[in-house]
Design a binder for this molecule. Structure first.
Ligand SMILES: Nc1ncnc2c1ncn2[C@@H]1O[C@H](COP(=O)(O)OP(=O)(O)O)[C@@H](O)[C@H]1O
Ligand code: SF4
Ligand SMILES: [Mg+2]
Length: 308
């Protein structure tokens, strides 16, 4: 399988510097602190982690919506499209659905008017909507329908990869299942690769081939989905699995001790999980563990004293 998306050494800092020439410098927020990712054609990489760990920052960098402070993202132009959590907010309320979806056909693909008019109903059909939807405005649709429209707009640019940032988190569980089914069908038909971001482990279990677990701006474990659930190696992944036994339950709600997260303006020199880790030893506080293959090459964990 060929790589459709490759990220190396991605770091992102927000802010920092002096708000005014003589004001004291403000510390930068370290949102991402060195992330490598490879995505193969047609595969789904799930990204999980609690609120604030850097998932959306990573998603925006992968989709080219923002530029990294350090590191590189490689993908073809337009090859990666982004689908937001809140579809209603991501669609312009003053444009009909047809106008919104026509924009990438015109600007990215440069298609003439006749060809655009032919593609629009095809795109609606691909996401399970009728051609009448093209004449309507975003507020006329339910959350699930609006997310279908957002997917259609992303598909219009003919990407090889969709970065889906919590695409079903705002939807009812029954609607979630329909959207996940749609995404699976589109993937099978079109050979799309997905970066699927969620804080809901039950969702990622149903859709991901491979899972990357994020903590405090870094990937701390990455493995085939089955291996993550059957035999996690990082103590943080263990904690996530132990604290999310109920389908649909959100990680954020289970993380009562999230207050122990390090300060993103002043990251610790060692492992960021040390203050919460039941396996912590002295070396953990001194050096940052790299994401290393432990045993089999496909299962990597950033931990000096991994489980299993
Ligand atoms: N535009 C921004 N300006 C300043 N800080 C930001 C900005 N976007 C995100 N952050 C910070 O970066 C960290 C990661 O945020 P985010 O990527 O949104 O996490 P997640 O999507 O996992 O909840 C958080 O500490 C957040 O407050
Ligand atoms: S490196 Fe140390 S503190 Fe960090 S997760 Fe592993 S055992 Fe825990
Ligand atoms: Mg987010």
């Amino acid at each position: 399988m060929s790589a459709v998306l490759q990220a190396r050494g991605l770091a992102k800092r927000f802010g920092g510097g002096r708000p005014l020439p003589f004001a004291p410098p403000r510390p930068a927020i370290h949102a991402l602190r060195g992330v490598d990712l490879d995505l193969a054609s047609g595969e789904t990489l799930g990204i999980v982690g609690e609120s604030g760990c850097g998932k959306s920052t990573l998603a925006r960098l992968l989709a080219g919506l923002d530029s990294p402070s350090e590191g590189t993202v490689e993908a073809g132009d337009g090859a990666v499209q982004y689908v937001f959590q809140d579809p209603a907010a991501s669609l312009n309320p003053r444009l009909t659905v047809g106008r919104a979806i026509e924009a990438p056909l015109r600007h990215r693909l440069g298609l003439p008017a006749g060809e655009r008019q032919r593609r629009l109903p095809e795109l609606m059909e691909a996401v399970g909507l009728g051609p009448d939807a093209l004449e309507r405005y975003p507020h006329e649709f339910s959350g699930g329908q609006a997310q279908r429209i957002a997917v259609a707009r992303a598909l219009a640019a003919e990407p090889r990869t969709l970065v889906l940032d919590e695409p079903v988190s705002a939807l009812d569980v029954s609607i979630q299942a329909q959207i996940l089914k749609l995404l699976r069908g589109l993937q099978a038909e079109r050979g799309l690769a997905y970066v699927f971001i969620t804080h809901d482990l039950s969702v990622v279990e149903t859709i991901a081939d491979r899972i990357a677990v994020m903590y405090f701006g870094r990937v701390v474990e990455e493995a085939p989905a089955r291996a993550i659930f059957a035999a996690p190696r990082h103590p943080y992944t263990r904690l996530l699995l132990d604290s999310a036994p109920v389908p649909g339950r959100r990680l954020a709600e289970t993380q009562a001790d999230a207050g122990e997260l390090p300060d993103p303006a002043n990251p610790p020199p060692g492992c960021a999980f040390a203050s919460r880790c039941p396996r912590v030893q002295a070396d953990c506080r001194e050096h940052q563990p790299d994401l290393d293959a432990a045993g089999g090459g496909a299962h990597r964990a950033a931990c000096f004293h991994p489980l299993g």
